[in-house]
Design a protein around this ligand. Structure first.
Ligand SMILES: [Cu+2]
Length: 181
């Protein structure tokens, strides 16, 4: 005769309707526990939107995918949970210190060697997401948003009604290093 040993150590005989109900209740209990554990694990993340291969964009941060990225052709997603337009640019770089900058604090993409350029998902509207395939080799990368806002004329104060430079997203911290491999 089959016997089912439950996690709490009690032993049940299979066969009677009562026993099957008890086993079903135990399974539901285990599943429920797993769901609670899954919910609990997201609490220390900055956003419940985190997912595999997904870079989460916000003002002014980038949250990396939950999974390790492997070399090869990989579809990456950019999910904008902020209220402004952002972009996801990916370059090969040892760190954020190793990339050329402009005087305004943005990353000087034109000064990058061709070998460092990987690709971008540009103009991801607030609240939307977009994806595309990237060819990734093993190594260190920098993901960043290089958008520079035009500050609305009404908030530029001493400027004479003209729009001035606003947030430089890179300088505000919209970059994150990651490793493929
Ligand atoms: Cu941005």
């Amino acid at each position: 005769m089959f016997q089912v040993v439950l996690r709490n150590g009690s032993t049940l005989r299979r066969g009677s309707a009562m026993t099957r109900q008890t086993v079903a209740a135990a399974i539901i209990g285990i599943m429920g526990g797993a769901l609670v554990a899954a919910c609990g694990s997201s609490e220390n993340g900055s956003s419940s939107a985190r997912a595999e291969n997904t870079f989460v964009l916000n003002e002014f941060s980038i949250v990396l995918p939950t999974n390790t990225l492997r070399p090869g052709r990989v579809t990456l997603a950019a999910k904008n949970v902020g209220s402004e337009v952002h972009e996801l640019v990916i370059v090969r770089a040892a760190s954020s210190d190793a990339v050329p900058k402009k005087s305004d604090g943005s990353l000087d993409e034109d000064a990058l060697p061709e070998s460092a350029k990987v690709g971008a998902i540009e103009d991801v509207a607030a609240g939307s997401d977009s994806d595309r395939a990237f060819d990734l080799k093993a190594g260190r990368y920098l993901a960043f948003c290089n958008i520079i806002d035009a500050m609305p004329a009404s908030s530029t104060g001493e400027h004479h009604g003209s729009s001035g430079p606003g947030h430089v997203h890179f300088a505000e911290g919209m970059y994150k290093s990651f490793t493929v491999g």
